[in-house]
Design a protein around this ligand. Sequence first.
Ligand code: NAI
Ligand code: MG
Length: 353
Amino acid sequence: MNIKKIAVIAGDGIGPEVVAEGIKVMEKAAVLDGRISFEFTHFPWGCEYYLEHGKMMADDGIEQLKAFDAIYLGAVGYPGVPDHISLWDLLLIIRKEFDQYVNLRPIQLLDGATCPITHGTKENIDMLFIRENSEGEYAGAGDWLFKGKQEEVVLQTGVFSRKGTERIMRHAFEVAKKEKKSLTSISKGNALNYSMVFWDEVFEEISQEYPEVETYSYLVDAAAMHMIMDPGRFEVVVTSNLFGDILTDVGAALAGGMGLAAGANINPERTYPSMFEPVHGSAPDIAGKQIANPLAAIWSVSQMFDFFGFEDIGENILQAIEKVMTEGEVLTPDLGGNAKTNEVGERVVQLLK
Ligand code: NAI
Ligand code: MG
């Protein structure tokens, strides 16, 4: 039996509500399969913890998390704690310290999901975004000079190292090669005359190592338009931290909304734990009402099984999600239903094979 140790950081707002459903699915899928089981350890970190202790996580939090095979995260952020603190002192620290430099965000229109564009189909909305997750525009580099003065200047520096750029591209090429898909790079080499010219050059260089992979390169503004007008152009996509953040929200909208968007933060070398989470935030506007859609959090559980090498279980979970949507009877209000968060989770559990 393969026993995986999972650190659960349910976090704030709807985080605990959706994570509870993800855990039910994880446990049931494992029991049905019989090859894998989980040991969960819950960490109370997040904004409530911050208000009590003045910090988002324990001082040795990173040290504690190192012992786990994966981290399952709900969402962090709540009114009362500035967002840049909640984001940086928990989520971004984990992504950085654990070198989770690959952010995998599938954008797939499942049967039963509504697409806001009339020409959107299951066939043409089927992309995998591979977002650089460790540096770029979110490197946290910059300065704030002459604060409050007339001559005030702020600098937010994008950091693109050769190592960081090459490794994300190699990873993307490997995925495209394995899946026999095209690879599209999204950048902005016309305006960002250092970082994105470099990005484009590295993409071109690495592409020489993968002659079998068909490649495309778009400027980010054009890519945003193509995603809406002609989404079928995109299969595997590699892009920088900021562009990936923005475009995957466009993708989430195409694929049925934030309630269905999942993301994995992967350390491909497996030196450190990887982290699985829904893309959405803590949704304070609907927190505590049991109306949050747990399907994104459940989809990220499917990604976790894939990561552990049990792609068949991951696929089983994805099919159960799709079944819940095609049935259309047990859905949360964001998908037009009136079911509770836990009812959706339980329906997915019932539909697992
Ligand atoms: P949000 O994703 O929390 O909410 C945006 C909108 O989508 C809201 O109207 C919300 O009700 C809806 N929504 C989100 N998830 C949903 C779900 N599962 N089911 C149904 N409806 C859902 O983003 P927002 O409002 O910008 O941020 C709220 C807080 O979350 C902030 O503190 C922000 O910093 C934090 N945040 C945290 C993230 C994370 O932990 N990964 C990611 C994004 C935001
Ligand atoms: Mg985002």
